[in-house]
Design a protein around this ligand. Structure first.
Ligand SMILES: CC(C)(COP(=O)(O)OP(=O)(O)OC[C@H]1O[C@@H](n2cnc3c(N)ncnc32)[C@H](O)[C@@H]1OP(=O)(O)O)[C@@H](O)C(=O)NCCC(=O)NCCS
Length: 171
């Protein structure tokens, strides 16, 4: 199967992207964690896409996964997300039909390259404290816990993880 990563197109992708996010995050909903992507409307997806740069992964031209990279947000309640050169990613999911084939890893790498090309020196993310399988995956990718917070719209405490980025040509 051929994997391609492209920028999300609005409004064309909105409905299928929202439906795919619900499928991808269903396993987290089943464990009682109310991530926004478990239930968000297309309008919320649109707002989240527009808040950053959203990439779509396609396998043989079928929507297989997504990730959104965001620049620092000076108004964030998280000190990490306010840092001048720390980008973050979210709305990250792969359709269960395409799992375990490197789509998630490729999307993450794409997000990192986008951040580096736009001046980032670090990347961050947040997830649910009890989602230990995700915390372990991100730790494997080099992220470390730097902060904890409680968002208004989630029913769990979040951990913020961060890693320093090095340009490909750096020693
Ligand atoms: C997390 C997620 C995006 C990974 O997508 P994916 O395409 O299956 O991931 P990949 O095939 O690229 O594999 C990524 C890593 O996970 C590991 N992995 C994949 N499937 C696995 C499984 N069933 N069990 C354990 N590890 C697994 C791989 O070994 C790989 O490790 P590596 O990067 O060291 O090679 C996907 O599982 C998902 O959408 N989960 C539900 C939504 C979610 O949790 N989003 C993140 C919220 S913070």
């Amino acid at each position: 199967m051929k994997l391609q990563i492209r920028t999300c197109r609005l409004p064309d992708d909105l409905v299928i992207l929202t439906e795919m996010l619900h499928r991808a995050y269903a396993e987290l909903a089943a464990r009682g964690w109310r991530y926004s992507a478990t239930h968000q409307t297309p309008e919320v997806t649109e707002r989240r896409v527009k808040a950053g740069h959203c990439f779509i992964a396609e396998m043989d031209e079928r929507l297989a996964g997504t990730i959104t990279v965001k620049r620092p947000n000076p108004k964030s309640t998280s000190a990490t997300y306010r840092e001048a050169a720390t980008f973050m990613f979210g709305q990250f999911g792969v359709d269960p039909a395409f799992r375990g084939r490197g789509v998630g890893r490729a999307l993450h790498e794409h997000a990192v390259q986008f951040a580096l090309a736009n001046g980032a020196t670090a990347m961050a993310l947040d997830t649910a404290v009890p989602a230990t399988h995700l915390i372990e995956l991100y730790a494997k990718w080099g992220y470390r816990e730097v902060e904890r917070c409680q968002w208004n719209d989630t029913n769990y405490e979040s951990v913020i993880m961060k890693k320093d980025l090095k340009p490909a040509h750096a020693p």
